[in-house]
Write a protein that binds this ligand. Sequence first.
Ligand SMILES: [Zn+2]
Length: 88
Amino acid sequence: MTDCSSQCAHSGLTCRDLTERVSEYLDDNISILTKVRIGLHLASCTHCRTYVQQIDLVSSALSCLPNLYPPPMNRLRLQQQFATRYSN
Ligand SMILES: [Zn+2]
């Protein structure tokens, strides 16, 4: 990622500041002021916009992952079936 601190100076955030806060930003876990500053930075910085989109994509993909695994009840039943099968 290139440094565009001069280009993005009006937001008060550098690209490094933004990358450190991106997960809080996506979780909506930041103050409104920081949110506005990040919004301003993203409006003027293509690099960070792409970065945030990628992180957002990855985190939403990760949030779907638990659905790919058996829920705890099924997992317990599977363990019991395995135990029954291999204890004989
Ligand atoms: Zn930036």
